[in-house]
Design a protein around this ligand. Structure first.
Ligand code: NAP
Length: 263
């Protein structure tokens, strides 16, 4: 890791001349991160399965003076992941920052009622998909001599989310994969970190925030529901030089919800 030479805020936190890939960038947390990276000066690849949704995010970034490319990619499909990385590098000349954010949660209920298909789908996207993106991107990060990998985990990966057993296990796996890769890649100046959001008001978590009892608990413990932009600052920090000596960590962004144990 390079020691810091200029510690002015503009130097610490800017992403000028950096290329960032954000999966699940068409809405919610991924969109907030992609927009924040573009504002910090990065060229941003915004990916998700549906090209129309991801294209409108890229169009908005470009219209605001940023530089963005939309790519359709199902991150549970290795061939599509490989093609996405190749296109990103061809378009912007390299890759510096990878944000694994696209995830799925097909099972909400008792873990004992879970099917093999639900286990397979969740792990294919949330764990093997994250790994595929990292593995395909790594030669390009290594070529740069530096790199940042940011994996979107969840507080459910630290303490189990109720009725979300498979999802929680997949997020715990994301945290362990983050730490394993951080250890492996530290000497090559690649930092691998995770973010663990609490309850953020997005399409993904509708089953949570549409539950009045749960929302009341969140309001009592964390003051309010989280919003996608609440993740922008920490994602920018972990992508920037400001975090060059932070590796293998999990930053919880939950407004204090889980202080003292699972909510
Ligand atoms: N919201 C929360 O409360 C919360 C809490 C903790 C952690 N998280 C984590 O935060 C991340 C983002 O969630 P979010 O709340 O922002 O969800 P969201 O608003 O529903 O967005 C999910 C994004 O992922 C994309 N996506 C889904 N499956 C995909 C796949 N197989 N391949 C590629 N893209 C895919 C979606 O676009 P397409 O449909 O076009 O593919 C969309 O862009 C996830 O990792 C989630 O586990 C969320």
């Amino acid at each position: 890791m390079q020691p810091m030479t200029d510690t002015s805020p503009t130097s610490l936190f800017n992403l000028i001349n950096k290329v960032a890939l954000v999966t699940g960038g068409s809405r919610g947390i991924g969109e907030a991160i992609a927009r924040a990276y573009a504002k910090a000066g990065a060229s941003v690849v915004v990916a998700s399965r549906k090209i129309d949704s991801v294209q409108s995010v890229a169009d908005a970034i470009n219209a605001e003076g940023g530089r963005a490319l939309a790519i359709a990619c199902h991150t549970g499909d290795r061939a599509q992941v490989r093609a996405m990385i190749e296109r990103s590098v061809a378009a912007f000349g390299g890759l510096d920052i990878v944000v694994n954010n696209a995830a799925t949660n097909p099972q909400f209920g008792s873990l004992l009622n879970a099917t093999d298909e639900q286990w397979d789908k969740t792990f294919q996207v949330n764990v093997k998909g994250y790994f595929a993106v990292i593995q395909e991107a790594m030669p390009h990060l290594l070529k740069r001599g530096h790199g940042k990998v940011i994996n979107m985990a969840s507080v459910a990966g630290i303490t189990p989310g109720q009725m979300m057993g498979i999802y929680s296990a997949s997020k715990a796996a994301v945290i362990m994969m983050t730490q394993s890769l951080a250890q492996e890649l530290a000497s090559q100046n690649i930092q691998v970190n995770a973010i663990a959001p609490g309850v953020i008001e997005t399409k993904f978590s509708t089953a949570l925030w549409s539950n009045a009892h749960l929302t009341a608990t969140v309001n009592r413990k964390a003051g309010r529901l989280g919003q996608p932009d609440d993740l922008a600052g920490v994602a920018l920090f972990l992508a920037s030089d400001a975090s060059n000596y932070i590796n293998g960590t999990v930053i919880v962004v939950d407004g204090g919800l889980e202080v003292g144990g699972s909510f």
